[in-house]
Design a protein around this ligand. Structure first.
Ligand code: NAD
Length: 364
């Protein structure tokens, strides 16, 4: 990669591609990237994305982006089933790659992609943008500092509307197909939480899961997983796809020896749902100033004075910085694998009706 802005290609101009594009336009204006070419087989998606970011060229064939000699690094934001072929093509072309989560529909394919990425030494990042959320960073620092004693247990809830056309008219429908999505609410949405849990509480030892397919698709739309970490922390993750729109994305309740903490987050920067409350012995719950926490975190990662709407801006910026410096990306494909392992072990537990130790997956 030469000096100057990173020449970037984007594959997939749908919902999350358009969100990335809004941040890429900012990053281009800051001189960190040059949006060269974006591809999507659907002309309407290309046209929608062009309103958020002015790429120099447009293509209908995704591999054109990877093979374009002007493109130095690639972002993949197409449906999950398309990821492995595109990621492998990037690694073979020795082009740094950012791939949306999950890395693939099957755990075996993720294992293979991580092997390929590590063997190539190419910069490879996964789209876990929640790691750049100020409130989740603050929660992680409370766990790490021991300020409220040891963390004991937690409960995490994710819920959102079923992201498929027969529930939300006009929505794309690949997520309700096991073949195209690999799994339902737990894999597609809550792999973010699976990542956050490992990042905050350390490696997961074993899980016990249950699921339901209430809407009748061939993937789960309700799942509940009991989780035990190597550290001894225990917790539960509940995830739901139903038909209620406009919910905040995620709520954590964490119980420390000397505090009960509740954190609610959404994917929009400064979302009105964001909240952080801490209750210590003998006191009522105290609401932390979320705007101040946000500012302090953004200052700490060098973003003072920047304005952006989505946390994808922060993760994409971090990818571009890793590409420019030739340094390791974070979160990387190994993090993608660790989160997928929690999901895969949960699916195996749901099938067998027994707890599953993650070591059984052979990746630890
Ligand atoms: N990090 C996040 O928070 C987040 C949020 C949403 C989606 N995602 C992930 O991003 C990916 C895309 O999701 P989405 O919501 O944008 O889906 P989407 O259905 O809205 O958009 C996908 C786009 O990809 C295009 N496409 C289809 N086949 C393609 C191919 N072979 N090559 C290139 N483009 C192709 C479609 O025409 C469509 O425009 C999925 O893997 C999803 O899990 C991540």
């Amino acid at each position: 990669v030469g000096s100057g802005p990173v020449a970037l290609g984007l594959v997939g101009c749908g919902a999350i591609g358009q969100v990335h594009a809004a941040g890429l336009q900012e990053l281009a204006e800051e001189g960190l990237c040059r949006p060269v070419v974006a591809a999507d087989p659907d002309a309407r998606a290309r046209s929608a994305l062009s309103r958020n970011c002015q790429f120099e060229r447009w293509a209908s064939e995704p591999l054109e982006v990877v093979l374009d000699p002007q493109v130095e690094a690639v972002m993949i934001a197409s449906p999950t089933w398309t990821h492995p072929q595109l990621v492998s093509a990037c690694l073979q072309a020795r082009k740094p790659v950012f791939c949306e989560k999950p890395l693939a529909t099957s755990f075996a394919d993720v294992v293979e992609l991580v092997r390929e990425a590590e063997a190539s030494g190419v910069v490879a990042q996964v789209g876990f943008h929640n790691r750049f959320h100020p409130l989740l960073n603050h929660l992680r620092s409370l766990v790490g500092s021991g300020a409220h004693g040891r963390p004991m247990a937690y409960s995490v809830r994710d819920d959102q509307f079923w992201p498929t056309g027969s529930v939300v008219p006009g929505h794309s429908s690949w997520r309700s197909s096991r073949h195209q999505a690999g799994g339902g609410a737990l894999l597609e949405h809550s792999i973010h939480s699976a990542d956050l849990l490992g990042w905050i509480f350390g490696p997961v030892r074993r899980v016990f899961g249950f699921s339901r397919n209430v809407f009748g698709f061939d993937v789960e739309d309700a799942a509940c997983v009991s989780i035990e970490h190597d550290s001894g922390v225990i917790g539960s993750l509940t995830t739901v796809f139903n038909s209620v729109q406009g919910r905040e994305e995620r709520r954590f309740e964490v119980f420390f020896e000397k505090a009960a903490v509740e954190v609610t987050t959404d994917f929009l920067v400064g979302a009105r749902e964001d909240s952080f409350s801490v209750q210590e012995p003998g006191s009522p719950p105290a609401s932390l100033d979320v705007a101040e926490l946000r500012q302090r975190f953004f200052d700490s990662i060098g973003l003072r004075g920047r304005s952006f709407a989505f946390y994808t801006y922060t993760s994409d910026r971090s990818f571009l910085e890793a590409v420019a410096a030739g340094s390791q990306a974070s979160p990387n494909f190994g993090d993608g694998l660790a989160a997928h392992a929690l999901v895969e072990a949960s699916y195996r537990s749901m099938r067998s009706g027994q707890p599953v130790v993650l070591e059984e997956l052979g990746q630890r």
